[in-house]
Design a binder for this molecule. Structure first.
Ligand code: HEM
Length: 148
């Protein structure tokens, strides 16, 4: 049985829109470039993250609340994780935006899906950034050495 997925039909590829009143200058070209550049940086950030968490010390057995507290006591890891959060979210959001533009046929459907996508992205980026910079290892009940 062969599966037939309709060919994508991005507005941006339709000559009628490319130079029309809705043209958005270089935005799509910059977005295309961003996917490649952020992809390269993500490889470094992701493998650095996996190496530090799984290959050093006792590996996966070391992962705990205290391990995270220890990492986020160091500003290098705070900014590493912040960069990972922001880049992966912007990369993933832009990728899903492209898929929505390619496959959602009605204007209203496209607008709704992208609206939900952007709200979810802002929520996760803001919440994640707040967690990284307001994280307090000494919550009630914590028995970490530095809290005693
Ligand atoms: C190892 C790191 C990664 C690399 C090297 C990478 C690379 C890429 C590249 C080059 C594209 C563009 C493909 C195209 O235009 O045809 C892409 C698309 C995409 N990426 Fe990534 N990516 C990485 C990680 C991620 C992560 C962490 C996410 C999710 C948060 C993600 C989600 C997406 C999505 C949704 C698309 C759009 C797919 C499509 O257009 O069919 N990627 N990626």
């Amino acid at each position: 049985m062969s599966v037939n997925i309709a060919a994508p039909r991005s507005q941006r590829l339709d000559p009628k829109y490319v130079r029309g009143p809705k043209s958005r200058g270089n935005f799509e070209m910059l977005a295309w470039l961003f996917m490649r550049l952020s992809g390269v940086v993500l490889v470094v950030l992701i493998f650095g993250h996996l190496f530090a968490n799984l290959m050093t010390g006792t590996g996966i057995n070391a992962l705990s609340f205290g391990f995270v507290a220890g990492k986020w006591a160091n500003p290098v890891w705070q900014f590493w994780d912040l960069a990972l959060l922001w880049l992966s979210m912007l990369h993933g959001t832009n990728g899903v935006r492209t898929i929505i533009n390619d496959y959602a046929e009605k204007h209203a459907t496209r607008a709704w899906l992208k609206g939900i996508l952007y709200v979810a992205t802002i929520f996760i980026v803001v919440l994640g950034s707040l967690v990284i910079f307001t994280f307090d290892p000494c919550v009630a009940g914590s028995d970490l050495a530095q809290c005693r």
